[in-house]
Design a protein around this ligand. Sequence first.
Ligand code: TRP
Ligand code: SF4
Length: 431
Amino acid sequence: MINPWNSEQSYDYKRLMTEFGITKFNFDLEGAPAVFKRGIVFGHRDFQRIYDYMNKGRKFAVLTGLMPSGKMHLGHKMVIDQVVYYQKFNSDITIAVADIESYSARGIDYDRAKKIAMEEYISSYYALGLDPDRASVYFQSERTAVKDFPYRFGKHINFSEMKAIYGFGLETNMGHMLSPLIQVGDILHVQNREYSGPVPTLVPVGIDQDPHLRLTRGIAHSCRFTNVIRTKDGRIGIFVKKDDNVEKILNKCRVVLERNGFKKLGMMLKYKALYIDDAGDDDIENIDNMIMENVEKRLNPDAMFLPSSTYHRFISGLDGGKMSSSKPETAIFLSDNEKEIRKKISRAKTGGATSVEEHKRNGGNPDVCSVFEMNFYYNDDDKAVNNLYASCRKGDILCGECKRNTSDFIVNMVKDIQEKKKSAEPERFLK
Ligand code: TRP
Ligand code: SF4
């Protein structure tokens, strides 16, 4: 079980992927930053749909969120690097400030959450390249559409499902019990008519948030009238999940499919099904999109695309453990000054050998080195990163020099962010 509220958890990414059906992220994204190129974004659900929309210039939504507690550190930068990249496409970008969640999980009141969010996070997002004309920010506590979700869609989820996903028990308090449904509201409300309307929605997050995505996808799925699947007897078909208007819905589906060149269609009202015998597995997703766009959107007021998601790895802390705001020596904060950064990096855990002689002879191990990791996560220059890896392995570079170079790089990066932050107008995101 993944516990999204426990930041001390460590993750076996491979095992989680098989256990929860997360697919390997293997997309070639042109001009993408380091986070996409190096397996840092390692997994996804339904990213193919977003990829198609990106390449066709069709509109999609991107939604992610932040917990306004503590200070922003380098580990928080990864998700924004991704969001900034999606600005190049026809995307509606929304950032949720999880002030309801930080109140129920950490006891931070709304006023303080607002201050932290604006000064620490949103200003930094601006500095990292998030464009106020292309992205908007809201607070959970202030958005009715989000807060309505537990009431609007609560009927689709029962206690045993919440228990299976989160391990909730009878002792779990109601604030905690409700917070995942608020997050479902964050993710799905952008498909409300008064926001982007029903469009494919991407949620880029750390793997710890996957339980919320499973919950959200389940709820979005329950809201759909139709389901496109290959049945046990091997036929692909559209199945209506409700009992009224079955024929009307299937007839509309038939028209859409015919218009798109499918010919071997067979309706079986007994099974509330429309079989498509000239469709293959590769068509399922496409058919589902077609039905969503042309049938569900018109007939079903609650029709929503199941959200797609991507998962990134977490960067290690400078001590080789977790990078955490509550342990300042493990993290580089975006507010750290040069001296603090250099000091932290000089004390960081490396993969260097025990003595200089041995390091020169046998080389170091960049795979377990937090200094290498900072280069790997943040330096977009592939050649420089590959060279560092090789020189470390060969023992051509010593840890002292390597730490100095890395400090120079990180100091520059952070100074640049701090400089840009000065001219940030975070209020411009609140529209
Ligand atoms: N729960 C997330 C966190 O702890 C923050 C969050 C709130 C979020 N709503 C969201 C993330 C919606 C992604 C999508 O960091
Ligand atoms: Fe890490 Fe650099 Fe030392 Fe290699 S040389 S172990 S990358 S600090």
